[in-house]
Design a protein around this ligand. Structure first.
Ligand SMILES: Cc1cc2nc3c(=O)[nH]c(=O)nc-3n(C[C@H](O)[C@H](O)[C@H](O)COP(=O)(O)OP(=O)(O)OC[C@H]3O[C@@H](n4cnc5c(N)ncnc54)[C@H](O)[C@@H]3O)c2cc1C
Length: 405
């Protein structure tokens, strides 16, 4: 099949490669061609875009569509596994549904090179594949996908909730489901900002696997995402070093994955170690690791480093909307709202009925998946909560109808 986009442009083109990989758009990347520092995209119809924004490129590829309605039954914010599952169930059960996604469908799971513990896929499935199947399933039932738009603010307007999007539009809905998940925790050490996308990446950056063939790479982190990244790169890299702060992988990684890592000859695990500096000119050349027991620093040559060190919740806009979050920023839902230990003991719930299990401090606004306080941080848990949230949305809407809303 002919590629829909041909890209040149080195590190400047990384966000484009990453976006197209995650949206399942076929592309060819020619690293050595084109002027340095300028990302050029040539589309199948001959259109040439110089350093386009992701929105411009997505417009040209027909990926951006305006909302078709002013008011929906349900607006879902975030198209990770929780949001996509909710979209499938909501739309298939007749709720008018819009999903707003600031990047590409799939969320964190969409960046996974292989998910092996999700029910029904005994040989595993890539995150991109899972996301694309879920997106297509939601679309089939009529859910609208509004990609490359972020919800910036939200507020109640009578019986409706208004969500303000980053493109200046606003959509209204009878209920809102927040499935905004978490994103990579940033590492504030010398060199990272300067060499970002030039050998230094947050997450497993699956689009970069061809570029590490026969090279030495490091993966920072001891969780499942770091383990998957290590396995993914081990297929092509000369060596992969997994850098772990603790004394091993047992406490933080699923045992099926750590066993596989132990059995892979070109993966080394460096325990009691942390990344403290990265260095290079136009591209990463070396990294400095510090031994957490002795404090001794050592420099190593490296072609790429992938930082997978856990997440922080995306709750800026819900905080601005006045929803209750806990000290770590996760959305508080259900009975936790009634627990004085969760915050300073304020009354977080105004209605005479108890909050529904996934309901936030604002009745009719629900949360599911990783963004929720106490969530399990697994694809299956996010999918389950997304489906469950739709049941609760039905209950809420039924209750409002009875009250004459
Ligand atoms: C590399 C990697 C590998 C993993 N492997 C596994 C695995 O093998 N098995 C497993 O069970 N779990 C795995 N996980 C964990 C799993 O992916 C997460 O638990 C799951 O994706 C959580 O889903 P979610 O829908 O709650 O949130 P997310 O997946 O985080 O999705 C949230 C979405 O919301 C969007 N968003 C955020 N803010 C806004 C906003 N204001 N407006 C619009 N959109 C917004 C984000 O762009 C994102 O797409 C992995 C995670 C990573 C990172």
């Amino acid at each position: 099949m002919e590629a829909r986009v041909v890209i040149t442009g080195g590190s400047a083109a990384y966000p484009i490669r990453d976006f197209l990989t995650r949206t399942n758009v076929d592309f060819v990347y020619r690293d050595a061609e084109g002027p340095p520092g300028v990302a050029v995209c040539t589309l199948a119809d001959g259109t040439r875009l110089e350093s386009p924004t992701l929105s411009e490129l997505a417009q040209h590829l027909g990926l951006i569509t305006p909302p078709s309605m002013d008011t929906y039954d349900l607006v879902i914010v975030g198209a990770g596994p929780a949001g996509l599952a909710a979209a499938v169930y909501a739309a298939s059960e007749g709720l008018t549904t819009a999903v707003v996604e600031r990047e590409a469908p799939g969320g964190q799971a969409g960046t996974s090179s292989k998910i092996e513990n999700y029910l029904g896929f005994p040989d595993g499935i890539t995150g991109v594949d899972l996301a694309e199947r879920a997106r297509a399933q939601a679309a089939k039932f009529g859910a609208e996908m509004l990609v490359l738009r972020q919800v910036m603010a939200g507020k109640q307007e009578g019986d409706l909730f208004r969500s303000d999007l980053s493109d200046g539009t606003a959509i209204r809905s009878r209920c809102v489901l927040c499935t905004t998940g978490v994103s990579w925790r940033r590492l504030d050490i010398p060199g990272v900002e300067r060499l970002l996308h030039a050998g230094v990446y947050y997450g497993s950056a699956t689009s970069e696997a061809p570029g590490v063939r026969d090279k030495d790479v490091l993966v920072i982190g001891g969780g499942n995402s770091a383990g998957q990244a290590a396995m993914n790169f081990a297929d092509v890299a000369r060596s992969v070093t997994l850098v772990v702060r603790g004394e091993g992988l047992a406490a933080s990684m699923s045992s099926y994955l750590s066993r596989r890592i132990d059995a892979t000859v070109n993966i080394a695990i460096r325990t009691h170690a942390e990344l403290v500096e990265v260095d290079g000119d136009d591209w990463l050349r070396n990294v400095t690791l510090r031994d957490t027991l002795t404090g001794v620093r050592r420099k190593f040559d490296a072609h790429a480093v992938f930082i997978c060190i856990g997440g922080v919740p995306h709750t800026d806009w819900v905080r601005r909307a006045g929803l209750l979050v806990d000290v770590a920023g996760y959305l508080v839902t259900g009975r936790d709202l009634l627990d004085p230990a969760v915050d300073d003991g304020r009354h977080n719930w105004a209605l005479p009925r108890d909050p529904y299990p996934l309901e936030t401090s604002v009745a009719g606004v629900f949360a599911a998946g990783d963004v929720r306080r106490g969530s399990t941080k697994r694809v299956s848990a996010a999918v389950g909560e997304g489906a469950m949230a739709v049941g609760l949305v039905h209950r809420f809407l039924g209750e409002s109808t009875q009250l004459g809303g």
